[in-house]
Design a binder for this molecule. Sequence first.
Ligand code: IMP
Length: 422
Amino acid sequence: MVTAVLGLQWGDEGKGKIVDLLAKKAAYAVRFHGGNNAGHTVVIGKQKLFFHLIPSGICQKKTIAVIANGVILDLAVLIEEINILKKAGVTLKNKLVISPRCHLILPYHKAMDLAYENARGKKKLGTTGRGIGPAYADKVSYNGIRVYELLDWKLFEEQFLFQLQIKNPILKTFGVSPINAKEELKKLIKYREIVIPYVKETYGLLHQALQKKQKIIMEGAHGTMLDTDWSPYPYSTGSNTVTGAINSGAGLPVKSISRVVGIVKAFTSRVGGGPLPTELTNQLGDQIREKGHEFGTTTGRPRRIGWLDLEAVKFAVAINSVNQIALTKLDILTSLAKIKICTGYKLKNKPLSYPACGYSELEKLTPVYKEFDGWKEDISGLRQYRQLPKNCRQYIEFIESYLKTPIKIVSVGAERTANIFR
Ligand code: IMP
């Protein structure tokens, strides 16, 4: 049984916690796209663990973490996470498998990411600066270097030096210092030794798990509104973030995906530039950001905050074939007198759907809101649905009926156990 866990907004919906929960009985937890631009947090007791690359399902005793072919790897970040996990007492032997097909994020990718952003000046996209776009661009232009090449140092060295011949003149045009081949190769040869023991083709492993009817959790990163094709491009990330990416990014057949859990945060957040129709640029937005600790796990940047945008989420539910929803961070809305939900868009008084919008429409449109009365009671200690205040239940039930999809989990706090199951 394959369960996909996908963010249905602009990322940072709280996927890490839900994956950790669902991975309990899973044999495998798999990342299938993106790189260390993602940031997942799992809270275990007093310990807060942050992951950018390694599937957060690794925190479960028996779950094997798989970094499948669709992921792009920054070796330095990977090694840092391996070390953090070792320190936290998580055994990694036979617990982490990395596909040799993963493309590498190399120093020139990060330099180019920053150079492109600087060149855009005021119109910069607000990328995470982790080299994501340039690394995926190299992949599709046949200039990428994979973990596969890293296995044969001579081959790797040859390809790396060839890429530097192309990349360094580009960096110079941007006024950025060129990459020092000798220095970087010295680091990379060390990283290689640490990483190689975890490298193994992941296709066979996952198909074997299917045959044995073992549980597999696919850990989506970012969110549908950042998908390369379905976001308001170019305010996107470099990978496809929708269900279909599981097929290309991990080699699992589409028909094997039996459950798609969509993660929806009770409000909206976004890091980086681009349109955000329901954005709250006032004190209320600041208040929600502070209370919800809405600062990037990857970059520490303050996240932009907005009301829940169901017009966008409705599209995400449809494109991903979501069959159930986990609603997160509901406790953050406690004590607001009024809460709004966006139920549609209007442009020049005409209704407009999310997929009909490019970034310029999204920037100009007016959201249509439905207003709800808030609740004052602290809900973070509650574990039964019926214990929730009536106004809170009304908020949940409206989302459910609007999306025509059951909300099975309501998360009411950061702690692993702060959940209401329905
Ligand atoms: P990139 O993925 O670093 O190229 O950044 C492109 C856009 O996606 C920027 O607006 C980032 O802030 C955003 N982004 C990428 N990954 C995440 C994520 O995991 N959560 C939230 N935003 C993200």
